[in-house]
Ligand binder design. Structure first.
Ligand SMILES: NC(=O)c1ccc[n+]([C@@H]2O[C@H](COP(=O)([O-])OP(=O)(O)OC[C@H]3O[C@@H](n4cnc5c(N)ncnc54)[C@H](OP(=O)(O)O)[C@@H]3O)[C@@H](O)[C@H]2O)c1
Length: 302
């Protein structure tokens, strides 16, 4: 029950009506007897500044940030961590002593999802798409010990821009100057080869790929019968196929992956693990992963 001592968390975005985060976090808080509540807030683009100021004024303890605010919110945050700085997007805010601290947990959530089935050491990774989610995932993949990272996108411009940003930052000892702790990431030891190819080059790249991550919205409800970005005969049984679309869980791409006897990683896992990271940032506690996953699946199957 909400009372005078309840700590308030939430999500800001537009739209937020269909967000799965409120049930996921409220179930997690309840299971650990935390006097916390999580609320969705629909915030229009022009109101973002007031929303962050208002959250501080209302003594809200933490917020998730979703489309369309993930990039713009950087301007409203007092400090942010190194991955948020590299990626240029924040999806989690913690408020403490009148200051706002921004984090990006999409990136680590996505990689943790894949690590459930395999480590990324020495792997050939293909990412399809070059939008916001691809950017977060690509930066996190790039700081693991992968052998090769290929970005494939429909439009050349976005792919080139992402590869350029990755190369520029990876070729330097990146010194973050605006984040929470004084951390330097040294990328100089990483041997990465970026390759750019249009959508038609997917089959060629899949031949030697270990991990395929589809970050496009292809197959997302209501377009569940869309043509997948790759078919079973273009895959092989040693491939790990991760579709970050989670509605439906069994996307057109994952159906093809099953036909090819590939290992599949559902998009729900990225949502789950980014949430688990948020939970830790806000509470200092390990998240009740199984319960959170069960809650997400229940919500999707409603
Ligand atoms: N599981 C999770 O936790 C999670 C987290 C974040 C996002 N997502 C999902 O990931 C998807 C992408 O989100 P985003 O924020 O990255 O979107 P975004 O910034 O709009 O990027 C979408 C990317 O997909 C490409 N694309 C779009 N339609 C395509 C099509 N029909 N064929 C081939 N490529 C296509 C776009 O290519 P162009 O550059 O050519 O336009 C662009 O690179 C959404 O479905 C979102 O729900 C899931």
């Amino acid at each position: 029950m909400i009372n005078g001592t309840t700590k308030i968390f939430g999500i800001i975005g537009d739209p937020v009506e269909h967000s799965l985060s409120p049930p996921m976090f409220n179930a997690a808080f309840k299971s650990l007897n935390l006097d916390y509540a999580y609320v969705p807030f629909n915030v229009k683009k022009q109101d973002l500044k007031f929303a962050i100021a208002g959250a501080k004024a209302f003594d809200i303890k933490g917020l998730n940030v979703t489309i369309p605010h993930k990039r713009k919110v950087l301007n409203e945050i007092d400090k942010f961590d190194i991955m948020a700085n590299l990626i240029g997007a924040v999806n989690t805010i913690k408020f403490h002593n009148g200051k706002s601290y921004g984090f990006n947990t999409d990136c680590v959530g996505a990689v943790r999802a894949i690590e459930e089935v395999s480590n990324l050491n020495d792997k050939n990774v293909v990412i399809v798409g070059a939008g916001g989610a691809a950017r977060a995932i690509a930066f996190q993949v790039a700081i693991t010990n992968v052998k090769n990272l290929t970005i494939i996108n429909r439009s050349e411009k976005k792919a080139k821009s992402l590869v350029y940003d990755l190369k520029t930052l990876l070729s330097a000892n990146f010194k973050d100057n605006s984040k929470l702790d004084d951390i330097t990431i040294d990328f100089s030891h990483i041997d990465l080869n970026f390759d750019y190819g249009g959508i038609d080059s997917i089959p060629k790249h899949l031949k030697n790929a270990d991990i395929l991550i589809d970050t496009t919205p292809v197959g997302m409800d209501p377009n569940v019968d869309a043509e997948p970005i790759a078919t079973a005969n273009e895959m092989h049984s040693d491939l790990i196929v991760n579709d970050i679309v989670y509605n439906p869980i069994n996307t057109c791409l994952l159906k093809e992956a099953k036909l090819a006897n590939a290992t599949i990683v559902s998009g729900i896992k990225m949502l789950l693990y980014q949430g688990a990271e948020n939970f830790k940032i806000w509470t200092g506690l390990e998240a009740p992963i199984d319960l959170m996953e069960k809650t997400l699946l229940n919500e999707i199957n409603k």
